[in-house]
Design a protein around this ligand. Structure first.
Ligand code: ADP
Length: 382
């Protein structure tokens, strides 16, 4: 009989692929559920179940062949997972955490109830904006977010306060109004919790987003912040995850304000784009860490080995179809540049096709080299 631990992953995108690239196949085997067979994770897993991530039957089929289940994407049928957990299935993180995170409003209420610092907010129906007390939004801008279904900035709009007061917002239904945090520095801290409740966080990450696509364009770790701010950021990130009372790997997105306040923006209960540099940058990557958690092992060492940066490789605006990385062989020969392509067959504008990690001995060299890579690495038609 096969004594390997059977892991089921809901979703076969690049996050699942990178989990599998760091898997310990001596002790575990992996089944992935995805809607299409040519997904990034498919070449790396033992079994692939083709089905919708929203189909309870497909999720049950995956559960039937798995000892432990996890997900790599948030927009899935969480009610099916809640039922499976009630029947005794080991699901990491706990499905109730995902249920709450799927609703940005519920997430904000959770932060509030647990005294986690977060930007002031109001939950309201888009037809009832006149009833809102706007005094908690002193800026002339207000951030409007759809409560469910948003990702990568889709579902987020920075609106003029006067428009919101006049009922003019780009979303319908239940929305989250949030105070606009000016001149914000965006940080992320990845927190890992093992099945015994032990936790560990990775050094903080400083992130820069593309203004048009809202995707992370560039990040580095360690964040260039004072040591007391680093300690506080990690403390806050660990305390919000502690409040979940759940094993798992979580990315905590933070805002550092001009006055030095740290606010929790939102949590991703899965490996995250902000942690891709950990593959080469840290002793244990975010993906290896999650595998360890799923297999009931102790957490690995999350120390950063040297300053590390990451750039996403995304589809150019004018290209739909076959693509290649220009001079890929030359880039692959560099000893301080690590290319990860996700094996997607077609490029589309702003589609995440891969990422590149850059490492250096010093922060100054890191930025210089990362900027060179950013200027010179190009996706071209194949
Ligand atoms: P998503 O879940 O789509 O990533 P976020 O809530 O993280 O949405 O918002 C996307 C981006 O919008 C953030 O990374 C940040 O740049 C900006 N943003 C979100 N909320 C605020 C805010 N309250 N103040 C200023 N900028 C914000």
């Amino acid at each position: 009989m096969d004594s390997k631990i059977k892991v089921g992953i809901i979703g076969g995108g690049q996050l699942g692929m990178m989990m599998l690239q760091e898997a310990n196949f001596d002790i575990a085997s992996y089944t992935v559920l995805e809607s299409s067979s040519d997904c990034p994770a498919s070449p790396y897993c033992q079994n692939l179940i083709i089905g919708s991530l929203n189909d309870a039957n497909a999720i049950e089929q995956l559960a039937a062949v798995s000892d432990v289940l996890t997900w790599e994407i948030e927009h899935i049928n969480v009610d099916a997972l809640i039922q499976l957990e009630a029947q005794g299935k080991n699901i990491i993180p706990k499905p109730l955490v995902l249920k709450m995170i799927q609703d940005k409003g519920a997430q904000k209420l959770f932060f509030q109830a647990n005294n986690i610092p977060t930007a002031p907010f109001e939950l309201v129906d888009s037809t009832m904006l006149a009833a809102v007390d706007f005094s908690k939004f002193p800026q002339n801008k207000i951030v409007v977010k759809t409560r469910t279904g948003g990702y990568d900035g889709k579902g987020v709009s920075i609106c003029n306060k006067s428009d919101v007061q006049n009922g003019i917002i780009p979303f319908e239904g239940s929305v989250l109004l949030e105070q606009f945090v000016e001149d914000v520095l965006e940080l992320a801290v990845i927190v890992a919790v093992d099945q015994h409740g032990n936790k560990s966080s990775f050094p903080s990450i400083e992130m820069y987003f593309n203004a048009q696509s809202n995707l992370v364009e560039f990040l580095y770790s360690p964040a260039q912040i004072a040591i007391d701010v680093e300690i506080k950021a990690r403390e806050i990130a660990e305390s919000v995850i502690q409040a979940f009372q759940s094993p798992g790997l979580f990315a905590v997105e933070l805002f550092l304000t001009r006055s030095g306040e740290i606010l929790v923006n939102e949590i991703a209960p899965r490996p995250h784009n902000s942690g891709h540099h950990t593959i080469e940058g840290c002793v244990t990557s975010q993906f290896a860490q999650l595998n360890r958690i799923l297999l009931g092992q102790e957490l690995g060492n999350s120390t950063l080995k040297q300053p590390s940066a990451m750039l996403n490789i995304v589809g150019p605006e004018n290209l739909i179809g076959g693509y290649q990385l220009e001079n890929e062989d030359m880039w692959k020969q560099q000893t301080d540049v690590f290319i990860h392509m996700y094996g997607k067959t077609e490029s589309r504008p702003n589609r995440k096709l891969g990422h590149v990690t850059v490492i250096a001995d010093t922060f100054e060299k890191l930025i210089e080299r990362a900027e060179y890579v950013k200027e010179n690495m190009t996706i071209i038609p194949s």
